[in-house]
Design a protein around this ligand. Structure first.
Ligand SMILES: Cc1cc2nc3c(=O)[nH]c(=O)nc-3n(C[C@H](O)[C@H](O)[C@H](O)COP(=O)(O)OP(=O)(O)OC[C@H]3O[C@@H](n4cnc5c(N)ncnc54)[C@H](O)[C@@H]3O)c2cc1C
Length: 378
Protein backbone atom coordinates (compact mmCIF):
# COMPACT_ATOMS: atom_id res chain seq x y z
CA UNK A 1 0.00 0.00 0.00
CA UNK A 2 2.85 2.39 0.92
CA UNK A 3 4.60 1.63 -2.37
CA UNK A 4 1.37 2.28 -4.26
CA UNK A 5 1.05 5.67 -2.56
CA UNK A 6 4.65 6.47 -3.41
CA UNK A 7 3.95 5.62 -7.05
CA UNK A 8 0.94 7.92 -7.08
CA UNK A 9 2.93 10.73 -5.46
CA UNK A 10 5.73 10.40 -7.99
CA UNK A 11 3.24 10.35 -10.81
CA UNK A 12 1.62 13.53 -9.47
CA UNK A 13 5.01 15.22 -9.26
CA UNK A 14 5.90 14.29 -12.83
CA UNK A 15 2.49 15.50 -14.16
CA UNK A 16 2.88 18.80 -12.31
CA UNK A 17 6.42 19.44 -13.53
CA UNK A 18 5.54 18.50 -17.10
CA UNK A 19 2.51 20.80 -17.23
CA UNK A 20 4.39 23.72 -15.71
CA UNK A 21 7.31 23.35 -18.09
CA UNK A 22 5.63 22.37 -21.36
CA UNK A 23 2.00 23.42 -21.31
CA UNK A 24 1.24 26.39 -19.10
CA UNK A 25 3.39 28.80 -21.17
CA UNK A 26 1.40 27.97 -24.36
CA UNK A 27 -2.08 27.69 -22.90
CA UNK A 28 -3.07 31.33 -23.35
CA UNK A 29 -2.37 31.02 -27.11
CA UNK A 30 -4.52 27.89 -27.34
CA UNK A 31 -7.36 29.72 -25.67
CA UNK A 32 -7.05 32.57 -28.14
CA UNK A 33 -7.01 30.15 -31.11
CA UNK A 34 -9.69 27.87 -29.64
CA UNK A 35 -7.41 24.93 -30.35
CA UNK A 36 -4.63 22.87 -28.79
CA UNK A 37 -1.30 22.84 -30.62
CA UNK A 38 -0.71 19.47 -32.31
CA UNK A 39 2.75 19.37 -30.75
CA UNK A 40 1.10 19.28 -27.32
CA UNK A 41 -0.19 15.77 -27.95
CA UNK A 42 3.25 14.47 -28.85
CA UNK A 43 4.74 16.11 -25.77
CA UNK A 44 2.09 14.42 -23.61
CA UNK A 45 2.79 11.11 -25.33
CA UNK A 46 6.57 11.37 -24.89
CA UNK A 47 6.06 12.08 -21.19
CA UNK A 48 4.02 8.90 -20.77
CA UNK A 49 0.81 10.72 -19.90
CA UNK A 50 -1.32 9.20 -22.67
CA UNK A 51 -2.87 5.74 -22.73
CA UNK A 52 -2.65 5.53 -18.95
CA UNK A 53 -4.69 2.33 -18.64
CA UNK A 54 -3.66 0.79 -21.99
CA UNK A 55 -1.28 -2.21 -21.77
CA UNK A 56 2.41 -1.57 -22.57
CA UNK A 57 2.04 -4.13 -25.38
CA UNK A 58 0.03 -1.47 -27.24
CA UNK A 59 2.19 1.48 -26.20
CA UNK A 60 0.30 2.44 -23.02
CA UNK A 61 1.29 2.80 -19.40
CA UNK A 62 -0.55 -0.26 -18.06
CA UNK A 63 -1.79 1.67 -15.02
CA UNK A 64 -5.15 0.05 -14.38
CA UNK A 65 -5.66 1.86 -11.07
CA UNK A 66 -8.03 4.70 -12.00
CA UNK A 67 -6.33 6.99 -9.48
CA UNK A 68 -3.56 7.66 -12.03
CA UNK A 69 -6.10 9.15 -14.46
CA UNK A 70 -7.58 11.13 -11.56
CA UNK A 71 -4.18 12.60 -10.70
CA UNK A 72 -3.59 13.78 -14.27
CA UNK A 73 -7.01 15.48 -14.30
CA UNK A 74 -6.41 17.13 -10.92
CA UNK A 75 -3.06 18.49 -12.04
CA UNK A 76 -4.51 19.78 -15.32
CA UNK A 77 -7.19 21.65 -13.35
CA UNK A 78 -4.64 23.09 -10.89
CA UNK A 79 -2.52 24.28 -13.81
CA UNK A 80 -5.59 25.94 -15.40
CA UNK A 81 -5.32 23.79 -18.53
CA UNK A 82 -8.40 22.95 -20.64
CA UNK A 83 -9.35 19.38 -19.78
CA UNK A 84 -12.15 17.89 -21.96
CA UNK A 85 -9.99 17.20 -25.04
CA UNK A 86 -7.49 15.23 -22.98
CA UNK A 87 -10.20 13.26 -21.17
CA UNK A 88 -11.92 12.43 -24.50
CA UNK A 89 -8.67 11.22 -26.08
CA UNK A 90 -7.17 9.45 -23.12
CA UNK A 91 -9.93 8.31 -20.87
CA UNK A 92 -12.78 7.74 -23.30
CA UNK A 93 -11.54 6.77 -26.79
CA UNK A 94 -8.39 4.89 -25.75
CA UNK A 95 -10.52 2.88 -23.30
CA UNK A 96 -13.16 2.10 -25.94
CA UNK A 97 -10.52 0.78 -28.34
CA UNK A 98 -8.64 -1.09 -25.64
CA UNK A 99 -11.85 -2.75 -24.42
CA UNK A 100 -13.54 -3.46 -27.76
CA UNK A 101 -10.82 -3.59 -30.41
CA UNK A 102 -9.55 -6.79 -31.98
CA UNK A 103 -5.82 -7.50 -31.52
CA UNK A 104 -5.19 -6.14 -35.03
CA UNK A 105 -7.18 -2.92 -34.37
CA UNK A 106 -5.37 -2.30 -31.08
CA UNK A 107 -2.00 -2.69 -32.82
CA UNK A 108 -3.16 -0.40 -35.63
CA UNK A 109 -4.49 2.46 -33.50
CA UNK A 110 -3.36 2.40 -29.88
CA UNK A 111 0.43 2.94 -30.20
CA UNK A 112 -0.07 6.16 -32.17
CA UNK A 113 -2.77 7.37 -29.76
CA UNK A 114 -0.46 6.68 -26.82
CA UNK A 115 2.38 8.59 -28.50
CA UNK A 116 0.08 11.52 -29.33
CA UNK A 117 0.83 11.09 -33.03
CA UNK A 118 -2.89 10.79 -33.67
CA UNK A 119 -5.65 12.67 -31.82
CA UNK A 120 -8.92 10.94 -30.93
CA UNK A 121 -12.55 11.96 -30.51
CA UNK A 122 -15.89 10.32 -29.81
CA UNK A 123 -18.94 11.38 -31.79
CA UNK A 124 -22.45 10.55 -30.63
CA UNK A 125 -24.35 13.86 -30.51
CA UNK A 126 -26.12 14.97 -33.68
CA UNK A 127 -27.45 18.39 -34.71
CA UNK A 128 -30.99 17.06 -34.16
CA UNK A 129 -30.32 16.11 -30.51
CA UNK A 130 -27.88 14.51 -28.11
CA UNK A 131 -29.91 13.50 -25.06
CA UNK A 132 -31.53 10.46 -26.65
CA UNK A 133 -28.58 8.31 -27.71
CA UNK A 134 -30.95 5.69 -29.15
CA UNK A 135 -32.28 8.21 -31.71
CA UNK A 136 -29.19 8.37 -33.90
CA UNK A 137 -29.85 9.41 -37.50
CA UNK A 138 -26.37 8.93 -39.01
CA UNK A 139 -26.72 5.80 -41.13
CA UNK A 140 -24.09 3.25 -42.16
CA UNK A 141 -25.12 0.95 -44.96
CA UNK A 142 -23.04 -2.15 -45.61
CA UNK A 143 -21.82 -2.43 -49.23
CA UNK A 144 -19.38 -5.34 -49.63
CA UNK A 145 -16.21 -4.62 -47.63
CA UNK A 146 -17.31 -1.07 -46.73
CA UNK A 147 -19.93 0.82 -44.78
CA UNK A 148 -21.24 3.91 -46.55
CA UNK A 149 -21.92 6.54 -43.90
CA UNK A 150 -24.29 9.51 -44.24
CA UNK A 151 -25.15 12.03 -41.54
CA UNK A 152 -23.51 14.53 -39.21
CA UNK A 153 -22.36 14.97 -35.62
CA UNK A 154 -22.42 18.12 -33.48
CA UNK A 155 -20.28 19.63 -30.67
CA UNK A 156 -17.51 17.04 -30.93
CA UNK A 157 -14.57 17.62 -28.59
CA UNK A 158 -11.28 17.41 -30.58
CA UNK A 159 -13.47 17.25 -33.70
CA UNK A 160 -11.32 19.73 -35.61
CA UNK A 161 -7.98 18.16 -34.67
CA UNK A 162 -8.96 14.50 -34.56
CA UNK A 163 -7.34 11.87 -36.78
CA UNK A 164 -9.42 9.00 -35.49
CA UNK A 165 -13.03 9.26 -34.37
CA UNK A 166 -15.28 6.64 -32.79
CA UNK A 167 -18.60 7.43 -34.47
CA UNK A 168 -22.00 6.08 -33.40
CA UNK A 169 -24.00 5.05 -36.49
CA UNK A 170 -27.27 3.32 -37.16
CA UNK A 171 -26.69 -0.04 -38.88
CA UNK A 172 -30.16 -1.51 -38.45
CA UNK A 173 -33.11 0.87 -38.89
CA UNK A 174 -35.52 -1.90 -37.91
CA UNK A 175 -34.39 -2.21 -34.29
CA UNK A 176 -36.30 0.14 -31.98
CA UNK A 177 -33.72 2.10 -29.96
CA UNK A 178 -31.06 -0.41 -30.92
CA UNK A 179 -29.23 -1.21 -34.16
CA UNK A 180 -26.40 1.18 -33.33
CA UNK A 181 -22.76 0.35 -34.09
CA UNK A 182 -19.42 2.05 -33.51
CA UNK A 183 -17.22 2.81 -36.51
CA UNK A 184 -13.72 4.24 -36.33
CA UNK A 185 -13.58 6.95 -38.99
CA UNK A 186 -10.13 8.25 -39.85
CA UNK A 187 -8.82 11.54 -41.20
CA UNK A 188 -8.85 11.68 -45.01
CA UNK A 189 -11.45 8.96 -45.51
CA UNK A 190 -13.36 10.01 -48.66
CA UNK A 191 -16.66 11.74 -47.84
CA UNK A 192 -15.62 12.94 -44.36
CA UNK A 193 -15.40 16.69 -43.71
CA UNK A 194 -15.55 18.94 -40.67
CA UNK A 195 -16.40 22.51 -39.71
CA UNK A 196 -14.17 25.17 -38.16
CA UNK A 197 -13.72 25.07 -34.36
CA UNK A 198 -16.95 26.35 -32.78
CA UNK A 199 -16.83 29.52 -30.67
CA UNK A 200 -17.62 28.31 -27.16
CA UNK A 201 -18.07 30.36 -23.99
CA UNK A 202 -15.65 28.20 -21.97
CA UNK A 203 -12.98 25.47 -22.19
CA UNK A 204 -11.46 27.54 -24.96
CA UNK A 205 -8.15 25.70 -25.10
CA UNK A 206 -9.69 22.64 -26.78
CA UNK A 207 -11.60 22.52 -30.04
CA UNK A 208 -15.20 21.47 -30.57
CA UNK A 209 -16.47 20.96 -34.12
CA UNK A 210 -19.17 19.60 -36.36
CA UNK A 211 -18.45 16.49 -38.48
CA UNK A 212 -20.15 15.66 -41.76
CA UNK A 213 -20.25 12.30 -43.54
CA UNK A 214 -21.41 12.26 -47.12
CA UNK A 215 -21.23 8.80 -48.72
CA UNK A 216 -18.17 8.30 -46.52
CA UNK A 217 -16.59 4.90 -47.26
CA UNK A 218 -15.39 3.14 -44.11
CA UNK A 219 -13.77 -0.31 -44.33
CA UNK A 220 -15.63 -3.04 -42.45
CA UNK A 221 -12.35 -3.66 -40.60
CA UNK A 222 -13.00 -0.33 -38.79
CA UNK A 223 -16.09 -1.67 -37.00
CA UNK A 224 -15.40 -1.53 -33.26
CA UNK A 225 -16.96 -4.41 -31.35
CA UNK A 226 -19.94 -6.18 -32.89
CA UNK A 227 -22.57 -4.74 -35.18
CA UNK A 228 -25.75 -3.37 -33.53
CA UNK A 229 -24.37 -3.55 -29.96
CA UNK A 230 -23.42 0.15 -29.78
CA UNK A 231 -25.96 1.02 -27.12
CA UNK A 232 -24.73 -1.79 -24.91
CA UNK A 233 -21.14 -0.52 -25.36
CA UNK A 234 -22.19 3.06 -24.41
CA UNK A 235 -23.78 1.73 -21.24
CA UNK A 236 -20.59 -0.17 -20.37
CA UNK A 237 -18.34 2.84 -21.04
CA UNK A 238 -20.53 5.55 -19.48
CA UNK A 239 -19.52 4.92 -15.85
CA UNK A 240 -15.90 5.72 -16.69
CA UNK A 241 -16.77 8.80 -18.76
CA UNK A 242 -19.08 10.16 -16.05
CA UNK A 243 -16.56 9.41 -13.34
CA UNK A 244 -13.96 11.43 -15.24
CA UNK A 245 -16.39 14.38 -15.53
CA UNK A 246 -17.11 14.10 -11.79
CA UNK A 247 -13.36 14.18 -11.14
CA UNK A 248 -13.13 17.42 -13.12
CA UNK A 249 -16.05 18.76 -11.06
CA UNK A 250 -14.57 18.00 -7.65
CA UNK A 251 -11.03 19.08 -8.59
CA UNK A 252 -12.35 22.35 -10.05
CA UNK A 253 -14.51 23.09 -7.01
CA UNK A 254 -11.59 22.45 -4.64
CA UNK A 255 -9.28 24.56 -6.75
CA UNK A 256 -11.53 27.62 -7.07
CA UNK A 257 -12.46 27.44 -3.40
CA UNK A 258 -8.79 27.50 -2.39
CA UNK A 259 -8.11 30.36 -4.80
CA UNK A 260 -11.10 32.31 -3.47
CA UNK A 261 -10.05 31.74 0.13
CA UNK A 262 -6.71 33.35 -0.59
CA UNK A 263 -8.41 36.25 -2.36
CA UNK A 264 -10.93 37.05 0.39
CA UNK A 265 -8.18 37.14 3.00
CA UNK A 266 -6.33 39.83 1.03
CA UNK A 267 -9.09 41.93 -0.52
CA UNK A 268 -10.50 44.62 1.77
CA UNK A 269 -13.81 46.50 2.01
CA UNK A 270 -14.94 48.76 4.85
CA UNK A 271 -11.39 48.48 6.26
CA UNK A 272 -11.54 44.74 6.76
CA UNK A 273 -10.88 41.67 4.65
CA UNK A 274 -13.98 40.62 2.72
CA UNK A 275 -13.56 37.10 4.08
CA UNK A 276 -14.00 38.36 7.63
CA UNK A 277 -17.65 39.39 7.15
CA UNK A 278 -19.91 36.86 8.80
CA UNK A 279 -22.05 36.48 5.67
CA UNK A 280 -19.02 35.53 3.55
CA UNK A 281 -17.48 33.33 6.24
CA UNK A 282 -20.68 31.31 6.40
CA UNK A 283 -20.91 30.96 2.62
CA UNK A 284 -17.32 29.72 2.52
CA UNK A 285 -17.88 27.38 5.46
CA UNK A 286 -20.88 25.84 3.69
CA UNK A 287 -18.99 25.46 0.39
CA UNK A 288 -15.99 23.97 2.18
CA UNK A 289 -18.21 21.38 3.86
CA UNK A 290 -20.03 20.45 0.64
CA UNK A 291 -16.79 20.17 -1.36
CA UNK A 292 -15.31 17.91 1.32
CA UNK A 293 -18.41 15.69 1.13
CA UNK A 294 -17.99 15.60 -2.66
CA UNK A 295 -14.34 14.52 -2.31
CA UNK A 296 -15.31 11.63 -0.02
CA UNK A 297 -18.10 10.67 -2.42
CA UNK A 298 -15.65 10.76 -5.35
CA UNK A 299 -12.96 8.74 -3.54
CA UNK A 300 -15.56 6.14 -2.70
CA UNK A 301 -16.69 6.03 -6.36
CA UNK A 302 -13.10 5.62 -7.55
CA UNK A 303 -12.57 2.72 -5.14
CA UNK A 304 -15.78 1.07 -6.41
CA UNK A 305 -14.70 1.65 -10.01
CA UNK A 306 -11.32 0.05 -9.36
CA UNK A 307 -13.11 -3.02 -7.97
CA UNK A 308 -15.47 -3.21 -10.97
CA UNK A 309 -18.46 -2.38 -8.76
CA UNK A 310 -19.37 1.08 -10.06
CA UNK A 311 -22.71 0.97 -11.89
CA UNK A 312 -24.37 3.13 -14.51
CA UNK A 313 -26.75 4.49 -11.85
CA UNK A 314 -23.85 5.21 -9.44
CA UNK A 315 -22.23 7.15 -12.27
CA UNK A 316 -25.42 9.10 -12.99
CA UNK A 317 -25.80 10.06 -9.32
CA UNK A 318 -22.23 11.23 -8.82
CA UNK A 319 -22.11 13.18 -12.10
CA UNK A 320 -25.40 14.87 -11.25
CA UNK A 321 -24.35 15.79 -7.73
CA UNK A 322 -20.76 16.86 -8.31
CA UNK A 323 -21.36 18.91 -11.47
CA UNK A 324 -24.34 20.75 -9.97
CA UNK A 325 -22.19 21.45 -6.89
CA UNK A 326 -19.33 22.62 -9.11
CA UNK A 327 -21.63 25.19 -10.75
CA UNK A 328 -22.83 26.43 -7.36
CA UNK A 329 -19.27 26.77 -6.02
CA UNK A 330 -18.12 28.50 -9.23
CA UNK A 331 -20.98 30.98 -8.96
CA UNK A 332 -20.50 31.84 -5.27
CA UNK A 333 -16.73 32.16 -5.74
CA UNK A 334 -17.17 34.50 -8.71
CA UNK A 335 -19.49 36.67 -6.57
CA UNK A 336 -16.82 36.86 -3.86
CA UNK A 337 -14.39 38.25 -6.45
CA UNK A 338 -16.70 41.18 -7.25
CA UNK A 339 -15.99 42.91 -10.58
CA UNK A 340 -12.69 41.09 -10.96
CA UNK A 341 -14.61 37.79 -11.19
CA UNK A 342 -16.48 39.05 -14.24
CA UNK A 343 -13.27 39.59 -16.23
CA UNK A 344 -12.90 36.94 -18.94
CA UNK A 345 -9.28 36.18 -18.13
CA UNK A 346 -9.69 36.02 -14.35
CA UNK A 347 -9.41 32.59 -12.75
CA UNK A 348 -12.87 32.93 -11.21
CA UNK A 349 -14.40 34.06 -14.52
CA UNK A 350 -12.87 31.23 -16.55
CA UNK A 351 -13.78 28.70 -13.89
CA UNK A 352 -17.42 29.86 -13.96
CA UNK A 353 -17.61 29.55 -17.76
CA UNK A 354 -15.92 26.14 -17.81
CA UNK A 355 -18.19 24.79 -15.09
CA UNK A 356 -21.28 25.52 -17.20
CA UNK A 357 -20.60 22.74 -19.72
CA UNK A 358 -20.24 20.10 -17.06
CA UNK A 359 -23.96 19.57 -16.47
CA UNK A 360 -24.55 19.31 -20.24
CA UNK A 361 -22.02 16.93 -21.84
CA UNK A 362 -21.72 13.27 -20.85
CA UNK A 363 -25.49 13.25 -20.11
CA UNK A 364 -27.41 16.34 -19.00
CA UNK A 365 -28.55 16.63 -15.38
CA UNK A 366 -32.13 16.02 -16.55
CA UNK A 367 -31.22 12.81 -18.41
CA UNK A 368 -29.26 11.62 -15.36
CA UNK A 369 -32.30 12.17 -13.16
CA UNK A 370 -34.32 10.03 -15.60
CA UNK A 371 -31.79 7.20 -15.11
CA UNK A 372 -31.72 7.56 -11.33
CA UNK A 373 -35.49 7.75 -10.95
CA UNK A 374 -35.97 4.69 -13.21
CA UNK A 375 -33.63 2.74 -10.92
CA UNK A 376 -35.99 3.67 -8.07
CA UNK A 377 -38.89 2.00 -9.87
CA UNK A 378 -40.43 5.34 -10.91
C1 LIG B 1 -18.26 21.69 -24.64
C2 LIG B 1 -19.02 20.51 -25.16
C3 LIG B 1 -18.33 19.37 -25.58
C4 LIG B 1 -19.03 18.27 -26.08
N1 LIG B 1 -18.32 17.18 -26.52
C5 LIG B 1 -18.99 16.14 -27.09
C6 LIG B 1 -18.28 15.02 -27.64
O1 LIG B 1 -17.04 14.95 -27.61
N2 LIG B 1 -18.98 14.03 -28.21
C7 LIG B 1 -20.35 14.03 -28.29
O2 LIG B 1 -20.92 13.09 -28.81
N3 LIG B 1 -21.05 15.08 -27.77
C8 LIG B 1 -20.42 16.12 -27.19
N4 LIG B 1 -21.11 17.20 -26.68
C9 LIG B 1 -22.56 17.22 -26.81
C10 LIG B 1 -23.31 16.92 -25.52
O3 LIG B 1 -23.12 15.58 -25.13
C11 LIG B 1 -24.78 17.27 -25.77
O4 LIG B 1 -24.85 18.68 -25.89
C12 LIG B 1 -25.70 16.77 -24.67
O5 LIG B 1 -25.80 15.38 -24.68
C13 LIG B 1 -27.13 17.36 -24.81
O6 LIG B 1 -27.61 17.17 -26.10
P1 LIG B 1 -28.21 18.44 -26.90
O7 LIG B 1 -27.23 19.54 -26.83
O8 LIG B 1 -28.64 17.97 -28.23
O9 LIG B 1 -29.46 18.88 -26.03
P2 LIG B 1 -30.95 18.36 -26.22
O10 LIG B 1 -30.97 16.88 -26.28
O11 LIG B 1 -31.59 19.13 -27.31
O12 LIG B 1 -31.59 18.83 -24.82
C14 LIG B 1 -31.95 20.17 -24.57
C15 LIG B 1 -32.49 20.26 -23.14
O13 LIG B 1 -33.62 19.38 -23.01
C16 LIG B 1 -33.42 18.58 -21.87
N5 LIG B 1 -34.03 17.26 -22.00
C17 LIG B 1 -33.83 16.32 -22.94
N6 LIG B 1 -34.51 15.21 -22.64
C18 LIG B 1 -35.14 15.44 -21.47
C19 LIG B 1 -36.02 14.67 -20.61
N7 LIG B 1 -36.31 13.40 -20.90
N8 LIG B 1 -36.50 15.26 -19.50
C20 LIG B 1 -36.17 16.54 -19.19
N9 LIG B 1 -35.36 17.30 -19.93
C21 LIG B 1 -34.85 16.77 -21.06
C22 LIG B 1 -31.91 18.43 -21.76
O14 LIG B 1 -31.52 18.02 -20.46
C23 LIG B 1 -31.47 19.84 -22.09
O15 LIG B 1 -31.57 20.64 -20.95
C24 LIG B 1 -20.44 18.30 -26.14
C25 LIG B 1 -21.14 19.44 -25.70
C26 LIG B 1 -20.45 20.52 -25.22
C27 LIG B 1 -21.22 21.73 -24.74
Amino acid sequence: MRIETENLDNYRKSCREFLKREIVPDHQAWEENGLMERSFWEKLGKSGLLGISVSPEFGGQGKHDYRFAVILTEELIKAGVTVPGIVAHNDVVASYIFALGTGEQKKRWLPELCLGKRVAAIAMTEPGGGSNTADIKTVAERQGDYYVVNGSKAYITNGFNADLIVVAVKTDEGQQGQGISLLVIERDMPGFSRGEPLKKIGWNGSDTAELVFHDCKVPVTNLLGRENLGNYYFMSAMPRERLSISTVAVASAENILQHTLEYVKERKAFNQSIGSFQYNRFILAQLDTEVKIARIYLDNAIALFNQGLFSLVDAARIKLWTTELQMKVADRCLQLHGGMGYMRDSIAGKNWLNSRAQTIYGGTSEVLQEIISKSMGL
